[in-house]
Design a protein around this ligand. Structure first.
Ligand code: DP6
Length: 332
C-alpha cells in the first residue's frame, strides 16, 4: 500500500485487451466484491495505442461520486458499474470520500474492442492509487468488479485470468504477433456481453459442457503461447471461440453475433491457412472478426480481408504494455 493522494490527482492509462481463450460465465457471487469472478479461465493479449486515460481525485466536499466519460457525465447503469469499483476501494481503504473521475477513450467504438476493459482498468488504477491501493493484483481485482475482462487490462502483453485477479504470463515482446480487426459493422450490439453471458448460463443446455471443457482449452492455449506455436494457439483460440458462440446460440432466446460478413471473413482465414499462411480468427460479443497472425504477414491478411464485400475497414493492433499510473497536479 502507498500513501493516500490527498492533493492533486492520479492519472492512469490502460490498453484494451482481447481474449484468445474466452471468459463467458461467472461464478456465483455471495457479496458485491465477488462480482464477475470467472466460471472459466481465460487468456488475453493487451493491445498498444487503444485504451483509456483516467484522472481521479478525491472530492471530499461533494455529495456523491461524479464521473465523466469523453466529456459526458455518466448516469444510470454505466455510473453504477463505476460506483461499484469506487465503493470497493472505499471499503478496502476504510475511506468515505466521493471521487471525481474523468476518462477519455481512444478506442474507436467501431472496432468492437471492449473499451469497458481498458476503462475499468484505468479507473481501478487511478482511483485505487488515490486510496493508496497500487499492488497490481489488487488493482486487477478492483477492475474486475467493474467488468470481468478489465482484470486482464491491468497487465501488459499476454495475460491469464482464472481467479480473483488476472496475472501476467509473458511480456508484450514475447512474440511478434499482430491482430487484424476486420470491421463489418459499426452498429451498437443488441445484447451486451454481461446480459448475454448471464442469459447463456441460465438457459443454454450447452453451458455445462462449455464450463467443463474450458480448463483443457485454456491449458492448450497457455502451452502453445509459451512455445510460440502459432498453429497450436490458433487451434485453441478457434475452439474456445466456436464453443463460446455455440453455447450462446443455444440460449433462449438465442444469441447470434455473427453476420454474413463475419462468416465470409472466417472462411477467408481458413482459405489463407490452406494456402499456407498460418493465422486464426476470433470473435467476441459482436460481429467484427479479429485475426491473429505473425507480424510480417499482417499486410497479406489486411489485403485478403479488405477484399471481402461488407468489410468496412481493417485495423492492425499490436501487443501493448500494462497500466501506467502517475501522480499529477489537478487541473481543477
Ligand atoms: C466475449 O468482461 O464485458 O469479450 O464481466 O459482465 O463486464 P462483464 O463482461 P465482459 O465480458 C467479455 C466477454 C468476451 C470474452 C472475453 O473478453 O474473455
Amino acid at each position: 500500500m502507498s500513501e493516500l493522494v490527498l492533493e492533486g490527482e492520479v492519472r492512469a492509462e490502460a490498453g484494451v485487451n482481447f481474449a484468445l481463450i474466452k471468459y463467458w460465465g461467472k461464478a456465483p457471487a455471495r457479496a458485491a466484491h465477488e462480482a464477475n469472478l470467472p466460471a472459466v479461465p481465460s487468456l488475453s493479449l493487451t493491445l498498444a495505442d487503444l485504451g483509456t486515460v483516467t484522472r481521479a481525485r478525491f472530492a471530499p466536499d461533494a455529495a456523491e461520486d461524479a464521473v465523466w466519460l469523453d466529456g459526458e457525465r455518466l448516469a444510470g447503469e454505466p455510473l453504477r458499474r463505476v460506483v461499484a469499483v469506487l465503493d470497493r476501494i472505499r471499503s478496502v481503504a476504510a475511506l468515505r470520500s466521493p471521487f471525481e473521475i474523468r476518462s477519455t477513450n481512444s478506442v474507436p467504438t467501431a472496432a468492437g474492442l471492449a473499451s469497458s476493459a481498458s476503462g475499468m482498468a484505468a479507473l481501478a488504477g487511478a482511483a485505487g492509487r488515490c486510496a493508496g491501493l497500487d499492488d497490481p493484483a489488487r488493482v486487477s481485482e478492483l477492475a474486475r468488479i467493474g467488468s470481468g475482462s478489465a482484470s486482464r487490462s491491468v497487465f501488459g502483453g499476454w495475460v491469464a485470468w482464472d481467479g480473483p485477479a488476472a496475472r501476467p504470463l509473458h511480456p508484450e515482446d514475447h512474440w511478434d504477433l499482430a491482430v487484424v480487426v476486420a470491421i463489418v459493422s459499426r452498429a451498437r450490439k443488441k445484447i451486451g456481453s454481461r446480459a448475454a453471458m448471464n442469459l447463456t448460463a441460465r438457459t443454454s443446455p450447452f453451458y455445462a459442457g462449455w464450463v467443463q471443457q474450458a480448463r483443457g482449452t485454456f491449458d492448450e492455449g497457455v502451452r502453445a503461447l509459451a512455445e510460440r506455436d502459432l498453429e497450436g494457439l490458433v487451434a485453441a483460440m478457434e475452439a474456445s471461440t466456436m464453443r463460446m458462440h455455440a453455447c450462446a446460440m443455444g440460449a433462449r432466446p438465442p444469441i447470434l453475433y455473427w453476420q454474413a460478413e463475419s462468416l465470409a471473413a472466417i472462411h477467408r482465414v481458413r482459405a489463407l491457412r490452406e494456402e499456407g499462411l498460418m493465422c486464426g480468427w476470433t470473435m467476441d460479443a459482436g460481429p467484427n472478426v479479429k485475426v491473429v497472425c505473425e507480424r510480417e504477414a499482417q499486410g497479406v491478411v489486411v489485403e485478403a480481408l479488405s477484399e471481402i464485400p461488407g468489410v468496412q475497414e481493417c485495423m492492425v493492433c499490436l501487443p501493448g504494455p500494462g497500466i501506467r499510473v502517475s501522480l499529477g497536479r489537478s487541473e481543477g
